[in-house]
Design a protein around this ligand. Structure first.
Ligand SMILES: [Mg+2]
Length: 363
C-alpha cells in the first residue's frame, strides 16, 4: 500500500503576457492557478493543477486544502479509482461540478503523476499508450484583436510549428466574424485545419445561422456555439448548421459528457483534464467517445493533456494555449511540424518553478 502522506493545495494569480479576450469572459488579464501536491510514505511526489480565468480559484483551493486534505491523507494513493470516489462523495452535496470538480481534478492528476513516477514510466504509457506524437493546434484567444493583430499572431504560430489554428468568433455582428474567418482562411490556404470558438455566445437560432454562413470556409469545427446546458440545442445546431461541433470545457462531469454524446449533440468531445474530474474522467470520456465512433480533443493544460491524447486511439487535436504558465514550467512542450510530443520523463513530466510562483501567491 502506498499511503498518501500529505496533500498540499496552493493558489497563485498568474499575469498573462498579453491580455486575452473572448465573447464570454471579456478582457482577461490574469488567471488563477491552483496546485495540488501529494507525497506518499516513501517520500515519492506527485503534482496536479487546475485553473480558472478570474473566479472560483479561492473556492477550489479551499476544497483541496481544507476539505480533501483530511479526507485523502492516510488513504492508499495507488487505488486512484477508489480515491476518486472518496473525493466525489465527500464533495457530492455542493459538488457534481463547479469548484469541486476543479479541486478533484487537481488531486486526481497529482495521484496519476505520483503513480507513474513511482513506476518510472511516462503517464501516457501507464494510461495504455498509443502515440506520443499528438496533432495540435494553437488556441487563439483573440476576439478583440484587430485583423492585423490576428494575422500577426497567426504568423507567429506558424513559425512556432503549428499546423492547425483556432480563432474566436462571436463578435457583435455576424458579418465581422465572417470577414475575420475569411481573412484567416485566405491567409492559411485551403487545406489548413482552422477551427472557430464562440464561447457560448449565441442562441440556438443565431448559432444555426452563423454555422451556415461559415460553412463555405471548410472549418474543422465550431466550438461552444451556445450554453453547455442545452443538449437539444446542440443537436439542432449540429443537424441544421452543417458544421462539426466541439464542446466540453464547461462540462465538468462524466455524466454531462454522457448526455451530449448519447444525444448526438457533439462531434468532438473536448474535456479539460483540470476541470472534468482529472485524468480518471478524461480517459473515460475519451473511451466513451471511442465507443460512439467519435474523435476526442482537449481543452487547456496542454502539458498534461498531451499524455491523455497520446493514450487515446481516437484522439484528434490537442489544444495548446498556456495562459503564460509556460514561463513557470521547466521544460516546454515540444511542437514539431504540427505535433506535440509527450515527454518520456516519468509521470506527466511537468515541473513548476515553485520559487518563481511564490511571488504570485494569492493573498
Ligand atoms: Mg473554447
Amino acid at each position: 500500500m502506498a499511503t498518501l502522506k500529505t496533500l498540499q493545495g496552493d493558489h497563485y494569480l498568474v499575469p498573462l503576457p498579453v491580455a486575452l479576450s473572448d465573447s464570454t469572459h471579456g478582457i482577461i488579464t490574469h488567471f488563477e492557478l491552483i496546485t495540488a501536491r501529494v507525497t506518499d510514505a516513501d517520500g515519492a511526489e506527485g503534482m496536479g493543477y487546475t485553473y480558472t480565468v478570474g473566479a472560483n480559484g479561492a473556492a477550489a483551493h479551499a476544497i483541496i486544502a481544507r476539505d480533501l486534505k483530511p479526507v485523502m491523507e492516510g488513504q492508499d494513493a495507488d487505488l486512484i479509482e477508489k480515491a476518486w470516489q472518496r473525493m466525489w462523495w465527500a464533495q457530492h452535496y455542493g459538488g457534481r461540478g463547479g469548484p469541486a470538480s476543479l479541486a478533484i481534478s487537481a488531486v486526481d492528476i497529482a495521484l496519476w503523476d505520483l503513480k507513474a513516477r513511482k513506476l518510472g514510466t511516462p503517464l501516457y504509457r501507464l494510461l495504455g499508450g498509443h502515440d506520443p506524437a499528438v496533432p495540435c493546434y494553437a488556441g487563439g484567444i483573440d476576439l478583440e484583436f484587430t485583423p492585423e493583430a490576428l494575422l500577426k499572431q497567426t504568423e507567429g504560430n506558424l513559425k512556432k510549428g503549428f499546423r492547425a489554428i483556432k480563432m474566436k468568433v462571436g463578435r457583435a455582428r455576424l458579418a465581422e466574424d465572417i470577414a475575420r474567418v475569411k481573412a484567416m482562411r485566405e491567409y492559411l490556404g485551403a487545406d489548413f485545419p482552422l477551427m472557430v470558438d464562440a464561447n457560448m455566445r449565441w442562441t440556438v437560432d443565431e448559432a444555426v445561422r452563423a454555422a451556415r454562413a461559415l460553412c463555405e470556409f471548410d472549418l474543422t469545427w465550431l466550438e461552444e456555439p451556445t450554453i453547455p446546458d442545452d443538449v437539444q440545442g446542440h443537436v439542432r445546431i449540429l443537424r441544421d448548421g452543417g458544421l462539426p461541433i466541439a464542446t466540453g470545457e464547461n462540462l465538468h462531469t462524466l455524466y454531462e459528457f454522457t448526455q451530449f454524446i448519447h444525444a448526438g449533440a457533439v462531434t468532438f468531445p473536448e474535456p479539460d483534464v483540470t476541470n472534468c474530474g482529472g485524468v480518471t474522467v478524461w480517459m473515460k470520456v475519451a473511451h466513451l467517445a471511442e465507443a460512439f465512433n467519435l474523435p476526442v480533443t482537449s481543452h487547456g493544460a496542454h502539458d498534461i493533456t498531451v499524455h491523455c491524447l497520446a493514450a487515446a486511439p481516437n484522439r484528434s487535436f490537442l489544444e495548446v494555449h498556456g495562459f503564460g504558465l509556460d514561463l513557470y514550467i521547466a521544460d516546454k512542450l515540444p511542437i514539431v511540424d504540427g505535433k506535440a510530443i509527450a515527454s518520456e520523463r516519468p509521470g506527466h513530466g511537468v515541473a513548476f518553478d515553485w520559487k518563481g510562483l511564490e511571488k504570485l501567491r494569492a493573498k
